[in-house]
Unconditional design. Structure first.
Length: 225
């Protein structure tokens, strides 16, 4: 799987101790083997590097396609139905939705795909017969191929919004992936963003360290054969 090639500001702070590295490496390898086809396909379609997709799957669900949070997030990349619905809407509205992406979405959703494509704005409920409420269901999100594609599309949308100069602010991407599209990270360096989120959300703070910190998932993947 392709690695991240854009310069990404990392952090020397740690979440995982040295004693966790061997276990994390084994788990990453297992998840990568199990879901290789789904991750590789999403990487090809969305241009989001597989290393990042794998890191999010590891962090969100531990590779369990049937994972469901108390908040209703489902599947490998832990998406809520409303978020998944909005992701399709955003991909279409911004002109990012490619023919291969649309084809794969249609293969799983059929005519229901017209729902998010016809939305006027985020989370808009279309009051027409077959398109009321969220089109995407929890059952849809338990399909690994669809879940990984939708999660990767969401990451791609956020990545496009967080290039700062020649750098990619992946810390902000991860915060918004976990906390929602409308979440506004603090301005400043990675360390300043971390200082701010540490006072507001332990979960958000840990998320960044798990992926971007010393001994984090991106660093660990760089050692995989």
């Amino acid at each position: 799987m392709a690695a991240l090639s854009v310069p990404i500001p990392m952090t020397p702070r740690t979440f995982y101790p040295n004693t966790a590295l061997s276990q994390n490496k084994t788990k990453l390898e297992r998840i990568g083997r199990t879901w290789y086809r789904e991750i590789k396909q999403a990487e090809t379609l969305t241009k989001v590097p597989g290393a990042l997709i794998l890191s999010v799957i590891f962090t969100e669900s531990g590779g369990n396609p049937e994972a469901r949070s108390s908040a209703g997030a489902c599947g490998l990349m832990q998406l809520k139905p409303q978020t998944a619905n909005d992701v399709i809407h955003l991909e279409h509205k911004t002109g990012r939705l490619t023919t291969p992406e649309r084809t794969l979405l249609f293969n799983h959703l059929g005519a229901r795909l017209q729902g998010p494509l016809r939305q006027k704005y985020l989370s808009h409920k279309i009051p027409e017969n077959n398109f009321s409420g969220n089109v995407i269901t929890p059952q849809d999100l338990f399909i690994p191929e669809l879940n990984v594609l939708l999660g990767s599309i969401f990451l791609g949308i956020l990545i496009d919004q967080h290039h700062e100069g020649r750098h990619l602010r992946l810390d902000k991407v991860l915060l918004r992936y976990g906390k929602g599209y409308f979440f506004k990270p603090a301005d400043g360096t990675v360390e300043q963003v971390l200082d701010d989120i540490q006072t507001k959300s332990k979960e958000g703070y840990a998320y960044i360290l798990k992926v971007l910190g010393k001994n984090g998932l991106l660093e660990t993947q760089s050692t995989l054969g």
